[in-house]
Design a protein around this ligand. Structure first.
Ligand SMILES: Cc1cc2nc3c(=O)[nH]c(=O)nc-3n(C[C@H](O)[C@H](O)[C@H](O)COP(=O)(O)OP(=O)(O)OC[C@H]3O[C@@H](n4cnc5c(N)ncnc54)[C@H](O)[C@@H]3O)c2cc1C
Length: 424
């Protein structure tokens, strides 16, 4: 009895424990700590871990905190699209709200965690959480190399925490796969061959349900493929395409953690219920990534912000019950789903489930050539400068033109998918 008492006393208690130090967790930690809550962020990896990611960061991330500038960050001011029949289809994204940045996630994530620490959050690296125990009426116990206790927990584990999610009865989002390698390329060569532009490839003969890309970072090119069932062989095939092969001939792949080629999952859909008493789920773990180009950093951070705000309100009332935390889901639906993700699912349907991925891209780009509004809303699909809802409305107001441009046979094929997409 005495031993049990001593053990209980030494468990350190926090207002909030955040599990996972990626963009979602770090953003939530910063916002909660700014409100003077006692926050602990637990990250399984060591400080400065490599994260498999193309590292494209739209400027709208500055809604949460400034994006670092400098030698390790490439400012992106345009894009180039390719299909097997067409390309380069170029677009300019140099406007204030359109531009973006490319950088290694090692640097970006460290920057975000540092900001959270400056705001007052306590950080622990190399702490893999193995178990969560929820006591509805009092607290949550989080167990790993040590044990901590808090009033509330935010799960920000990306797709690496599926086991934890299931353990406490929460759903795990469906996922697809991303595979990439980073090539060492001198800055002058990147400037000449790729410039400050992201390159996206739409080719169903390579990947049936997905895309390939080249993103220029600082002294490196991130080259990868993503989609349903994508394997290393898909990346190898992409690297053999003449356009890519010529440009990376003789270049070395960078090695991270002893590996040259990295794979990681990306969520495909949001989960239906990302909360329960004393727990909220954010970012990839909640399935917030956008399934048009599968970027997820901004969305993860937005969900982190909404969960942190919900936590702060719950802390004022000392009420972390399920009905109180349901507010997080309401905010998520309002700010992420209704204006954006719902329409991304429509675009996803049209692009990846019509069998006409390349044709839709080509026809949209052609239409945009003489239609500034269409051009801006197409660019916004890559930069996030307008809501997905707006881009969808612009495209649907021109659907007959799109259908005409695609020709009768393709249009007949497109119609059932279009009808399905309209119903989402
Ligand atoms: C190949 C590829 C390319 C991508 N390119 C882009 C892009 O260009 N732009 C973009 O916006 N998005 C991109 N994404 C998506 C983006 O990486 C994710 O959406 C984003 O990282 C989600 O952030 P998060 O904080 O939710 O999760 P993560 O960034 O995955 O962070 C989760 C953290 O939790 C930690 N963790 C997991 N389990 C535990 C545990 N049990 N205990 C403690 N810590 C734990 C992990 O170590 C990790 O650091 C890409 C993804 C892939 C796979």
């Amino acid at each position: 009895m005495k031993e049990l008492f001593i053990f209980e006393v030494f468990i350190i208690t926090y207002d909030l424990i955040i599990i996972g130090g990626g963009p979602s967790g770090a953003t939530a930690a910063k916002i909660a700590a700014e409100s003077s809550a006692k926050v602990l962020l637990l990250e399984a990896a060591e400080e400065g871990r490599y994260k498999c990611c193309a590292g494209g960061i739209p400027v709208r991330n500055e809604e949460f905190s400034s994006i670092p500038r400098g030698v390790d960050v490439r400012e992106i001011t345009g894009g180039v699209l390719f299909t097997p029949k067409s390309g380069p289809m170029e677009f300019d994204a140099s406007g204030k709200n359109n531009k973006g940045f490319c950088m290694f996630r090692t640097d970006f994530d460290k920057h975000l965690v540092n900001i959270a620490q400056d705001a007052g959050a306590q950080i622990k690296y190399k702490f893999r959480v193995k178990k969560i125990e929820i006591n509805k009426d009092s607290s949550v116990k989080v167990q790993g190399p040590e044990e901590y206790q808090s009033k509330c927990v935010i799960l920000a584990t990306g797709l690496g925490g599926a086991q934890l999610q299931r353990q406490i009865g929460l759903e795990v989002p469906p996922m697809i796969n991303g595979i990439q390698a980073e090539f060492e390329v001198p800055e002058s060569v990147i400037d000449e061959q790729f410039g400050n532009r992201v390159w996206e490839f739409f080719d169903r003969s390579l990947i049936d349900h997905g895309i390939a890309w080249v993103f220029p970072k600082s002294q490196a090119l991130s080259i990868g493929v993503l989609g349903n069932g994508v394997k290393v062989s898909h990346l190898k095939e992409f690297l053999q395409k003449s356009f890519i092969r010529e440009k990376i001939e003789g270049r070395d792949m960078k090695v991270f953690g002893g590996r040259k080629v990295w794979a990681a999952p990306i969520p495909d859909r949001m989960i239906a219920k990302p909360y329960r008493e004393r727990v909220m789920v954010i970012g990839d773990a909640c399935g917030t990534a956008d399934p048009i180009l599968y970027e997820g950093i901004y969305q993860a951070r937005l969900s982190g912000k909404l969960a942190a705000e919900t936590f702060c309100q719950a802390l004022e009332k000392e009420d972390f019950g399920e009905s109180k935390l349901a507010r997080y889901n309401e905010l998520l639906l309002k700010h992420l789903y209704e204006e954006d993700l719902r329409y991304s699912y429509k675009f996803h349907q049209l692009l990846y489930h019509s069998g006409l991925l390349e044709r839709v891209i080509e026809a949209s780009y052609l239409m945009a050539q003489e239609d500034p509004e269409m051009m801006q809303s197409t660019i916004a699909l890559f930069t996030g400068s307008e809501t997905r809802k707006h881009s969808w409305e612009v495209m649907m107001s021109r659907k007959w033109k799109l259908i005409k441009l695609m020709g009768i046979k393709n249009s007949l094929k497109l119609l059932p998918t279009l009808v399905h997409a309209l119903r989402i």
